[in-house]
Design a protein around this ligand. Structure first.
Ligand SMILES: Cc1cc2nc3c(=O)[nH]c(=O)nc-3n(C[C@H](O)[C@H](O)[C@H](O)COP(=O)(O)OP(=O)(O)OC[C@H]3O[C@@H](n4cnc5c(N)ncnc54)[C@H](O)[C@@H]3O)c2cc1C
Length: 474
């Protein structure tokens, strides 16, 4: 038996930071991983998808932007084998990098499938049993498939299957208009595919600010992506092509034919088959393992982090939860704070947000909410990028002026949103944003200017009628 202070089950963005932080605090740590260290994020999630996004973006630039800004490129085409090779090189480089960092921290990596055999032991398939004082469960999540006839047929893939294709299909149908679905839809459209999205709810990215959904739908429509919203898939038939039949909200039936169907209808926590019952840890198949703010489960010496803990399905929340769990496992008193979690969607245009949506802010603060909106079409740097789509929206409450939310659709939104992460974390007021000096010419000026708009003081836009009471008026 390998004895340790802290055993970490799963080496993704929840598990490996937990192992590293515990080692930094002087613990003897064992990390049990059945596949590659780095987890879904590095091997089949964030990293390979964003490597594809970059290829899609480069093609877009070659087709649409270069000529506009005076660069001639003839015959820009997708070289898919090279795209895959680039993606795989990035993935293996990052896997090697993080495995090296884990080992450099003195952490023992045990390769194999682990499952609890009791309250202080984890058995590892084909390996030695691990005995621990504290354990951190970080087994992640797996794709869910809704009960639709034919959804397990040969022309249906999940995101992992899609990332492994050898040929780009001519027509792809994306079932699900959430984050993963819209990212792939955006990529495949730039790669020249016919793309159709079928989404059960009445808008894309339904958890985001309604204005952001509208802007993305508008942009997708312009890009030639077909969307069936409020459409419930009822069956998929597989012949030479796949035919998906759906029911619209008004009861009418429609169908779409495609060469490949991406099933992107959500992921569920990986809670089964890991012996949680033997450790006495409570869990729910849909909601995951419940924890308190210290990431502690109902069993005080067992913690759960990342997708399996069921709160978010984001690598960056998993990173922080891992650190918090490790510190508490070693006697510290750390708490997780989700006030300013950035939510980034790497579509074209990008969508990024932090804090409250406008609807949530109005629900919480009633009429004491003001918003400011600055279009990228009035931002100098966006013109240089050849981008005119999108805007920045600030959301604040008007009693104290506290910044509640930032929503961005447009170029570099996923980078710009970090201004809001810092602002909301620091409980900054809208004046802090508006009166700060943003470098010129930058896209970041749009963040400052949106704050100015919300205060009725725009400089690069004509005077506007306020959409709600502003702080200055109180
Ligand atoms: C296509 C796609 C794109 C994504 N893009 C983004 C993005 O851009 N940004 C973002 O923040 N998030 C993104 N995510 C989500 C992100 O990947 C996850 O939120 C994150 O990986 C969760 O980390 P985790 O450590 O909880 O789980 P995982 O990363 O899933 O890691 C769990 C690890 O545990 C191992 N494991 C499981 N069971 C056992 C066992 N019994 N024994 C041993 N090992 C085990 C697995 O092999 C795996 O390595 C994306 C996800 C997908 C699918």
């Amino acid at each position: 038996m390998i004895e340790c202070d802290v055993a970490v089950l799963g080496g993704g963005p929840g598990g490996y930071p937990a192992a590293i932080r515990a080692a930094q605090l002087g613990a003897k740590v064992v990390l049990i991983e059945e596949d590659r260290v780095g987890g879904t994020c590095i091997t089949i999630g964030c990293i390979p998808t964003k490597a594809w996004v970059q290829t899609a973006h480069a093609l877009k630039e070659a087709h649409e932007t270069f000529a506009k800004i005076g660069v001639t490129v003839k015959d820009a085409q997708l070289d898919f084998p090279a795209t895959q090779a680039n993606k795989d090189t990035i993935v293996s480089g990052l896997v090697n990098g993080i495995t090296g960092v884990v080992k450099a921290n003195g952490i023992t990596v045990v390769q194999g499938r682990g499952s609890f055999t009791g309250p202080t032991t984890i058995g590892v398939e084909g390996g030695e049993e691990v005995g621990f004082r504290q354990a951190i469960v970080a087994t992640g999540s797996e794709p869910l498939r809704p009960p639709v006839d034919g959804i397990d047929g040969p022309l249906c893939v999940d995101s992992t299957g899609l990332l492994a294709i050898e040929q780009v299909p001519e027509r792809i149908l994306v079932l699900g208009g959430g984050v993963i679905g819209v990212e792939f839809a955006s990529i495949f459209r730039h790669w020249g595919c016919e793309v159709t999205i079928v989404e059960m709810l009445d808008r894309l990215i339904p958890m985001e600010d309604a204005d952001a959904s509208k802007e993305l739908e508008r942009a997708f429509k312009k890009r030639g992506i077909t969307m069936h919203l409020g459409a419930k898939a009822s069956r998929i038939e597989h012949a030479k092509a796949a035919t998906l039949t759906f029911q619209s909200a008004d009861g009418t039936e429609g169908s779409v034919e495609a060469d490949l169907v991406l099933v992107a209808t959500g992921r569920g926590p990986r809670v089964e088959g890991i012996g949680l019952e033997k450790a006495g840890v409570h869990f729910d198949k849909r909601a995951g393992i419940g924890t308190d703010e210290q990431m502690r489960t109902n069993v005080p010496h067992v913690f759960a982090v990342g997708d399996v803990a069921g709160r978010f399905q984001l690598a960056h929340t998993a990173f922080r939860e891992g650190e918090v769990a490790a510190e508490n496992a070693l006697g510290h008193d750390a708490e997780i704070d989700y006030t300013a979690v950035p939510r980034c969607i790497y579509t074209d245009p990008e969508v990024a947000a932090v804090g409250l949506t406008e609807a949530a802010a109005r629900e919480a603060h009633g009429d004491d909410v003001a918003v400011g909106r600055m279009p990228f079409s009035a931002n100098a740097r966006a013109q240089m990028y050849g981008e005119k789509v999108g805007w920045v929206k600030t959301i604040h409450e008007t009693r104290y002026g506290e910044l509640l939310g930032l929503v961005i659709v447009g170029p570099q939104a996923t980078e710009l949103v970090n201004a809001g992460v810092i602002g909301i974390t620091a409980e900054a007021t809208i004046e802090t944003l508006a009166d700060s000096i943003a470098a010129h010419p930058t896209l970041a000026e749009a963040v400052k200017e949106a704050a100015l708009v919300s205060l009725g003081r725009p400089i690069h836009l004509p005077p506007q009628r306020p959409r709600a009471k502003v702080a200055a008026a109180k």
